[in-house]
Design a protein. Sequence first.
Length: 161
Amino acid sequence: MIRHLRIRTLSYSLALAALPGAALPTTQVVYVVASEVESLQQLVQLYEHDFKELPLSLDELFRPYLNSPPKDRWGNNFVYKVTGDQPGYLLYSKGRNGMDENGGGDDITGWKKRYTCNDYGVNCGPSLGVLSMIASLALLAVSFPFLRALRRKMKRGTTLP
């Protein structure tokens, strides 16, 4: 019963994530697709547990657990390749550019990869606007004692040297 609910939950999360209606900002898409990759990795592990081997393709994975292969946010199939290395496969989305870069470049492989500002607007340094605001606040903080002294002297009617 619990196993059936787990499969159904993974199926629903992949199906809901693939719905085209909810357009997300680019900075959030990378996290949604990374979650989809993680869900697919769990299904691969479940398949390996059930059949004592890895699926040779995603089609084998979907027959027992899903109605159809999910697509990423850009309408591309997820990439699945059996390898000799642990865990025995690669699973990822080709990312925004749609090019298969073997998990590199802007390909979305899950949570462990650090995505770049140029690709998805995440992990960016502060913007020019933020930097100018910080500089203005720093200048204000430095000049505040001088401005207070100037105000006091103006109230007394004295002039500054």
